[in-house]
Write a protein of this length. Structure first.
Length: 415
């Protein structure tokens, strides 16, 4: 339990601990192997999935940030089938996670089911026969995408985001743990019965809710390196009250330790912070990385503000005229600072990486533009782009364009 005698970790040290725990600071391998991918997956525990593809799908980016250029098909081989050791579930949001974590979320599956069926007038209660029909379809036909199910209810309701009853039903059974992800085709999820897709030791495992939450809390601490109760509970979207109990139990067992971090206060008092006793404490971090909006380093906006003094909001759903920084804006991590942000688009038809806007943060220095330019060159190559085009938007755009002018890439003058 925290006391005035607890260790006070400097903010700079806290940043480095957090980044090292997330796998930053290591040299990129010359060739990324399956072992490298598994190492990143095991360290992060989850890769958040998002359908936006204006630059690159979100789940590919945390791996790129930590390993550099790699063959995305290798990650697909890992994540698109439980047989390879990973599957999808609601770990943080929709995420890829190790298949052996699936039993740790049984309590969440049960909670989803109980809540849905407790509403006698709700969708699931009203369509029990239809859900039985879907179960039988998967039992007879094996894994299927929603679009492959032949039923009169397989019609979208309203615009493109209006799911059909078939899609809603499959997602309902997915949330309940009765079906699992069985790969994707064209990024459309395929569904298979859990009893067909999972090994018996995974399917039949029963872990008490408190034990599961304690294990998830421990994994969250290790993934973050250190964090507040809110940080740690949010990693797997756990109830705060139960996460707090788990932290006390883990602290009593010596698995976590209570400290405070310089400047992390609430109502004028130091906030209690838990640290992984085995966390690495590097003296420096050397890296250049583009962070997905859903990278664990920045997915909790309050934590990003506390760690990096970085105020971040995703503006995809903000009307264009109200956006501040752009549509698909990625934080730029250089060493242990988030010192810039860039709005990127992959123009696949013309094979150009478009920097729609580039913004400097207060922590930017003379090295920011040159190091970002080199990162963008590497990123363009990874994305199969021939050129990088810097457009005339943002406080860093002019300097970035000047650095890249005369290079083999395109540079459009900025103001």
């Amino acid at each position: 339990m925290w006391s005035a005698m607890s260790e006070v970790v400097s903010l700079a040290a806290a940043r480095r601990i957090a980044l090292a725990a997330q796998g930053f600071g290591k040299s990129h391998p010359a060739t990324v192997t399956r072992r490298n991918l598994v190492s990143v997956m095991d360290r992060l525990q989850v890769l958040q999935i998002d359908s936006v593809n204006v630059f690159e799908r979100s789940h590919y980016l945390p791996v790129y940030a930590r390993l550099g250029a790699y063959d995305k098909s290798r990650l697909d081989q890992l994540t698109f089938s439980p047989e390879s050791g990973y599957l999808e579930y609601w770990g943080h949001e929709a995420t890829f996670l190790p298949v052996d974590m699936w039993p740790l979320f049984r309590w969440r599956m049960d909670q989803f089911r109980d809540k849905a069926l407790s509403d006698k007038n709700g969708w699931a209660s009203d369509r029990r026969d239809f859900l039985d029909w879907l179960r039988n379809e998967l039992r007879e036909n094996g894994p299927m995408a929603a679009s492959e199910v032949e039923h009169e209810a397989n019609t979208r309701r309203g615009p493109w985001w209006g799911w059909s009853d078939v899609k809603v039903g499959l997602e309902t059974l997915f949330r309940w743990g009765e079906v699992v992800s069985a790969g994707r085709a064209g990024f459309e999820r395929r569904y298979g019965l859990a009893e067909h897709m999972l090994a018996p030791e995974i399917l039949d495992a029963r872990i008490d809710r408190s034990d599961a939450i304690r294990e998830l809390v421990l994994r969250g601490v290790k993934a973050h390196g250190l964090g507040t109760l809110d940080d740690i509970a949010d990693y797997f979207r756990l109830p705060s009250a139960e996460a707090r109990i788990a932290l006390r139990e883990l602290e009593d067992a010596g698995n976590v330790r209570s400290v405070s971090v310089e400047g992390w206060e609430r109502r004028g008092k130091p906030r209690e912070v838990w640290i992984d006793p085995q966390a690495k404490r590097p003296r420096s971090i050397r890296t250049e990385a583009l962070l997905s909006p859903f990278d664990p380093v920045v997915w909790a906006r309050d934590r990003a503000l506390r760690l990096f003094d970085f105020h971040y909001r995703i503006e995809i759903y903000t009307p264009a005229h109200k956006r501040v920084h752009g549509y698909y804006v990625l934080p730029v991590l250089i060493d242990d600072n988030i010192c810039a942000r860039v709005d990127l688009k992959n123009d696949r038809q013309s094979r150009r990486l478009l920097v729609r806007a580039a913004w400097a943060e207060p922590t930017a220095d003379a090295d920011t533009a040159p190091r970002l330019a080199e990162l963008l060159r590497r990123t363009a190559m990874w994305q199969g782009c021939d050129t990088v085009v810097v457009e005339n938007n943002g406080t860093l755009a002019s300097e970035l364009a000047a650095v890249m002018a005369g290079d083999e890439v395109d540079a459009v003058g900025a103001r």
